[in-house]
Design a protein around this ligand. Structure first.
Ligand code: TNX
Length: 506
């Protein structure tokens, strides 16, 4: 036997063992996002009634979450490293090979070891393990058997996001927390909250109190209203941080600002309200419709800059993460590029980095600014860093397929299918891309159930295209792995859209 034949027979033998361990899964273990390297090993690991767990002191928080995740499967108690059968080990040397979010997961016949250079890596190793545990659980079997394996994994992109528009309708902190839990399961790490728009202002600003108390009292079509207090916003960030997710707050300016114009009619509008199409709404009247691009801050008035400075200042001081998103979309104004320059410089003066929708590239902004691409029509002449939310791939307010009624369709008439999300591939030569973000606008999303239905399963595809390496992305394989995730969705009580061609497992 030559070396190739022997290697091939070894592979066949190993995959045979793999399938023996998991007779129900064809070919790939149904993990999403799929790991960079996965090797099947001989044997099985039987989950004991009580796991003896050791975690490196720097991974205490991750160990606590692991224990919570294990509830319902087994108990877990702390143990010395020598006697533990599950170990979360810090290994700084992995930083060079697997980066700040990578990990190694070994499941052997006598236990589980997760190694990583950072708490984030340990957290992602835990999420992979969690999917393995959830997806190997089969009814009728008392003892849970996990396949033995070796995984080495790290993300392709650092930005793996979802956006929720809580301005068109308010979504309560409890829903946002549930959403964060679900994102964590799929290794998504940025939650962009679109906090303000024409129909509602959803964040408390103490120096301009009417914004939230008045501007927060409306929504599209009498939808759910309200706002986040600063305390709630801080608590959400803490909850997100435990799950290695950074919240990115957006105040949309200088357009999409009517809720503020209605709240402060005498300060923020030009004489005669020439900054507004008053046939649509006149301050202090609130706005419940769906039109876009019909109002702006009065950019010739100094109060508008006072307002911008105060709002960005307060937002920066309550924001833990490094980014402030100031919108900047869908508005024509001769002073627009000057406004962008000023808003960005205020953000930077507060020690944060700005993000804006792609239109911000029209001027010549500071090169630290990050542009979020949604139409793909504005040239990136300065080579600014970008987040890709191209509407034809990532606008989750569009229908899941052409059968689904009552969703948006302006970007793609047939909807944005799971396959459309999955088929995004970054241009290899484009080094500006930080990652991708699936955006959920909520003009047409009436409640939490509908938000779930638009996010899932498409966010699993966002997760995979942002985490996994391009050479590993095959839609058929992804779809067959996804079919098992009905189990995950059920456990997490996600009201997902049962996309037709998946063959969801019962
Ligand atoms: C465009 S994307 C918008 C939003 C709408 C969305 C509806 C962007 C920067 N602006 O204001 O909600 O379309 O699909």
């Amino acid at each position: 036997m030559d070396i190739h034949t022997s290697r091939r027979s070894l592979c066949i033998f190993l995959s045979f063992l793999f399938n023996l361990a998991l007779p129900v899964f064809s070919q790939q273990l149904p993990l999403i996002p799929y790991p960079e390297k996965i090797q099947a090993k001989e044997g099985k690991y039987i989950l004991p009634k009580k796991v003896r767990l050791y975690a490196d002191p720097s991974f205490t928080q991750e160990a606590a979450l692991l224990k919570e995740y294990l509830k319902g499967f087994c108990k877990a108690g702390n143990e010395d490293p020598g006697k533990a059968d599950w170990q979360l080990k810090s290994d700084p040397s992995l930083l060079t090979t697997l980066g700040g979010e990578g990990y190694v997961l070994d499941i052997g016949p006598s236990g589980v070891v997760i190694r990583s250079a950072t708490p984030a890596g340990a957290f992602y190793g835990i999420q992979t393990l969690r999917q393995i545990v959830w997806l190997t659980q089969r009814q009728g079997k008392k003892k849970l058997q996990l396949p033995c394996l070796h995984i080495e994994d790290r993300p392709r992109f650092s930005w793996r996001g979802s956006m929720l528009d809580i301005a068109r309708r308010f979504f309560e902190p409890a829903y946002i927390r549930r959403h964060l839990d679900r994102m964590a399961m799929y290794k998504l790490n940025r939650l962009h909250l679109h906090l303000t728009d024409d129909q509602g202002w959803r964040i408390e600003i103490k120096s301009w109190p009417e914004l939230a108390s008045y501007g927060g009292s409306s929504a599209v079509n009498d939808g759910h209203t309200g706002y986040l207090t600063q305390k709630e916003f801080r608590e959400l960030q803490r909850y997100a941080k435990q799950r290695h997710i950074i919240i990115v707050p957006e105040i949309d300016m200088p357009g999409h600002i009517y809720s503020a114009l209605a709240s402060y009619p005498d300060q923020l509008n030009c004489p005669g309200n020439s900054n507004i199409s008053t046939r649509i709404a006149t301050p202090p009247q609130l706005y419940h419709g769906m039109k876009v691009g019909w109002n702006r801050l009065c950019l010739t008035r100094k109060e508008s800059y006072q307002f911008t400075g105060d709002v960005i200042g307060e937002l920066a001081s309550m924001t833990e993460g490094p980014w402030i998103h100031f919108g900047g979309d869908e508005i024509e104004d001769t002073l627009y590029t000057e406004f962008v320059r000023q808003a960005d410089s205020t953000v930077r003066s507060k020690g944060k980095t700005s993000i804006g929708w792609e239109e911000v590239m029209k001027g010549k902004p500071d090169t630290s600014l990050i542009a979020q691409i949604w139409l793909g029509k504005t040239p990136n002449r300065q080579g600014l860093r970008t987040i890709v939310s191209l509407c034809k791939h990532f606008y989750l307010d569009h229908a899941n397929d052409k059968e689904q009624k009552g969703a948006n369709s302006w970007c793609k008439a047939s909807g944005v299918s799971l396959k459309d999300v999955y088929s995004y591939r970054p241009d290899k030569k484009d080094t500006t891309v930080l990652g991708v973000e699936g955006a959920l606008w909520t003009e047409l999303v009436k409640d939490e159930e509908e938000a779930d239905n638009r996010f899932w399963p498409r966010l699993t595809a966002v997760a995979e295209v942002s985490w996994s390496h391009t050479s590993d992305l095959y839609f058929e394989k992804f779809a067959s792995r996804l079919s098992w995730h009905s189990i995950v969705f059920r456990k997490m009580e996600i009201s997902y859209y049962p996309a037709g061609d998946i063959g969801w497992k019962k």
